[in-house]
Design a protein around this ligand. Sequence first.
Ligand SMILES: NC(=O)c1ccc[n+]([C@@H]2O[C@H](COP(=O)([O-])OP(=O)(O)OC[C@H]3O[C@@H](n4cnc5c(N)ncnc54)[C@H](O)[C@@H]3O)[C@@H](O)[C@H]2O)c1
Length: 283
Amino acid sequence: MKRFSGKTVLITGGASGIGRGTAIRFAEEGAKIALADLNTAGGLETAGLCEAAGGEAIFIETDVSCEQAMQDFVESAASRLGGIDVLFNNAGFPGAVGPIEALSVEDWDKTFSVLVRSVFLGMKFSVPHMKQRGGGAIVSTSSIGGLRGYAFGHAYSACKSALLNLTRSAAVELGRFNIRVNCICPGQILTPMAGGDHSDLAALEADMATRQPIPRAGRPEDIGNAVLYLASKEAGFITGEIITIDGGLLAGCWDYKAPAEQDVPSSAGFIGPSFQIDAQGDA
Ligand SMILES: NC(=O)c1ccc[n+]([C@@H]2O[C@H](COP(=O)([O-])OP(=O)(O)OC[C@H]3O[C@@H](n4cnc5c(N)ncnc54)[C@H](O)[C@@H]3O)[C@@H](O)[C@H]2O)c1
């Protein structure tokens, strides 16, 4: 029997990238999936890919920032699939970007409505179904941008950070209902949203391989595998947790670049305390 046979999984932002990759992984494990997205062509394509991978899938065009649309998505998915076991809150975009003094209030609020309000709405409408079922798992997509600040991405960073404590507060409240709530922080993943020149995907992939210690581009299925784990019974004692999946990027620093061959040291060295460096003549 497959790991998610008979389980129902709701995925927002399922038309593309991480949502699509995760949907396919759940489908390979036998799940029944409901996909929500604004992108109908992409959503239908993902549903087809899920069916081909061995799952069942439906797509419902949904603006995740809209309360009525999210309620309709959740209710329709629950009735068509037969309840809700897993909710993956994942839809997103970069939102308002630019110098802080130039950001408009309208763009700021719109970013929050898609990146934060949608996650609250997903939880609000799915939790009653999970309680009825005796439990469930919620996973939301934050970002390494929610763990670190970066210039010109203030709204995105603030939104993704908000998801960390929404995850924790919901986990604290819902544990006694056997509903686990966790959050993932992807690093740089090769999806249409990833930064860089998408006109030459091979070059972009090669460039992304240099952006973190693991020397390859992050892939949607890297995130999907973590979401499957968090949704599985093997993660039954994990809740309120934030998992970073970034190929080691935050283990180092944001500006990590794979060193050029000639810069790779051929032997070990020792750099002492900084106050000694001048004295050693090393600075
Ligand atoms: N790609 C990365 O490097 C990366 C890194 C960290 C976090 N993330 C996060 O991962 C999530 C998925 O992003 P992705 O990289 O797969 O990008 P993507 O663009 O491939 O997928 C995002 C999906 O969300 C959908 N969406 C956006 N606004 C929506 C709305 N209002 N209603 C319904 N659907 C909407 C888009 O149509 C798209 O299909 C996002 O939350 C993003 O912030 C991505």
